[in-house]
Design a protein around this ligand. Structure first.
Ligand code: HEM
Ligand code: HEM
Length: 137
């Protein structure tokens, strides 16, 4: 979970630096250091794929762990929160693959979904934390 939050922060950072490079004239030093537009883009992409994998891994661990322990799912709103985060992450990754000059809706969708994803991460962390509390002696 910590790793997926780290990935989110890095994605926000590299995403925003791409946005700034696209919408302004000057080329900031760090952007050039990371290899310019192409370098930052492939970095953003690689971290993005890592975040998707991490979230899917957490989903599988959560489901298998809960099934193994209780034999059933849905003990709290953590299930809904987890599924929502997975859906948002997949939608974000899908919209990212659609970003191009032809599909103008893809970029705002990608950015919008990622802002909502921030709320999703907060929700899944809080509900996850409260299920952890239930099991502590
Ligand atoms: C789900 C994993 C993700 C993947 C695979 C991904 C991939 C991409 C791709 C391919 C682009 C287009 C780059 C271009 O214009 O050449 C992009 C743009 C962008 N991404 Fe992501 N991204 C992911 C997650 C995120 C997250 C979590 C954030 C922010 C918290 C973010 C913020 C941005 C922003 C702001 C842009 C716009 C850049 C611009 O306007 O030029 N991305 N992303
Ligand atoms: C993207 C992140 C996460 C996803 C997708 C996810 C997904 C899931 C899912 C689907 C379940 C099965 C829940 C049920 O059927 O009731 C589960 C269980 C669980 N998760 Fe997560 N989870 C995430 C993050 C977290 C975090 C951050 C924590 C702790 C701080 C956590 C702690 C737990 C615990 C303790 C269970 C067993 C819950 C129960 O018995 O109801 N999870 N998770």
């Amino acid at each position: 979970m910590g790793l997926s939050l780290l990935a989110y922060v890095l994605l926000a950072f590299t995403g925003i630096s791409m946005f700034r490079a696209r919408t302004s004239q000057d080329n900031p030093g760090l952007f050039a250091f990371l290899g310019g537009r192409r370098g930052v883009r492939s970095l953003h992409y690689t971290i993005g794929i890592s975040m998707v994998s991490l979230v899917l891994l957490l989903l599988v661990i959560g489901i298998i762990g809960t099934l193994g322990h209780f034999g059933s799912l849905g003990h709290s709103s953590h299930l809904v929160a987890g599924l929502a985060v997975v859906a948002l992450v997949l939608l974000s990754a899908f919209s990212a693959t659609q970003i191009s000059t032809r599909r103008i809706w893809a970029r705002p969708l990608h950015i919008g979904v990622n802002i909502i994803l921030f709320v999703g991460f907060a929700w899944v962390s809080l509900t996850g934390w409260s299920v952890v509390q239930k099991y502590l002696p």
